[in-house]
Write a protein that binds this ligand. Structure first.
Ligand code: FAD
Length: 246
């Protein structure tokens, strides 16, 4: 059984960073705790709860929105200024009780292959703000997801900024309408005509893909869908939503 030595609940990002910046103490942060509490690695000695830190602001401009890392998924669902696709995909992440606990920062760091919210953030060209004790930096979401631990570099996600405009489409296959997707495809046509396509269920995390290179996908199969099935569904769903946008 896990034996934690300390639980911290600081009230500033600086205090969080100084707790994380102790090489001799294995420390991790908790956002909403929906994933971490069940999967806490054995070696973690201390946890830092982000609940009192803030990071809960959502700032809208005409073309962008910036979302604090501790904004709960239910707040995104309820945000009438947010793109409709983002709201629907936040709703899909889980039931009400889950959405009121889980934070956007947790979704990013969890980097789940089945997260349609993560795929939505990819098509809205999200940029992730990370703060470490050495300073702040920004990464595009694909770069962030390519190496989550390296991107965090011992720090924390503070915010995500994304574009709001463009036409969008979404399609999925799942065992039941409420279930996690086996494969999901999301696309957005930006105002300059560029089309972004993101897929769930074909890689280790949700991924942005080149619509002309779908035959290079090599998804891992599981009890819900073989590799061949996932690859075929990726092509079928992508074609369907890209046709909707053309
Ligand atoms: C019933 C249930 C259903 C779920 N369904 C889905 C699903 O459909 N799709 C899906 O993608 N996931 C799902 N999950 C997994 C997970 O709960 C989500 O990814 C969730 O949104 C994580 O958010 P959280 O705030 O609870 O993160 P936590 O559990 O608190 O943390 C998750 C990870 O992120 C890190 N972290 C959290 N916030 C930050 C931050 N600001 N900076 C740096 N690191 C941070 C933590 O250290 C930890 O490693 C599900 C979990 C449960 C229990």
């Amino acid at each position: 059984m896990q034996q934690l030595k300390s639980y911290h609940r600081p009230d500033s990002v600086e205090a969080v960073l100084s707790l994380l910046d102790r090489p001799d103490v294995k420390t991790t942060v908790i956002g909403g705790g929906t994933s971490l509490v069940a999967t806490l690695p054995e070696e973690v000695e201390e946890v830092v709860d982000l609940q009192a830190v803030g990071l809960t602001a959502v700032v809208h401009t005409p073309d962008r929105m910036t979302i604090g890392a501790m904004v709960r998924l239910q707040s995104l669902v309820a945000d009438k200024e947010a793109p409709e696709l983002l709201r629907r995909m936040a709703h899909r992440e889980g039931p009400n009780t889950f959405r009121n606990a889980a934070s956007l920062g947790g979704v990013l760091v969890d980097a789940n292959s089945e997260s349609e919210l993560l795929a939505a953030l990819l098509v809205f060209e999200a940029v992730v703000s990370v703060q470490t004790s050495a300073g702040g930096r920004q990464k595009t979401l694909p770069d962030f997801l390519a190496d989550v631990a390296g991107s965090l570099d011992g720090g924390l996600v503070t915010a995500v900024s994304l574009k709001k405009s463009g036409q969008t489409a979404h399609a999925r296959v799942a065992r039941t309408p409420q279930d996690k997707p086996i494969v999901a495809a999301l696309a957005r046509k930006a105002e300059n005509g560029d089309v972004l396509l993101a897929l769930c269920g074909v890689g280790e995390t949700a991924v942005l893909v080149d619509p002309t290179a779908l035959d290079t996908l090599n998804p891992t199969g599981d009890f819900r869908g073989s590799s061949v099935y996932r690859k075929q569904m990726a092509a079928v769903l992508s074609e369907r939503i890209l046709n909707e946008l053309s």
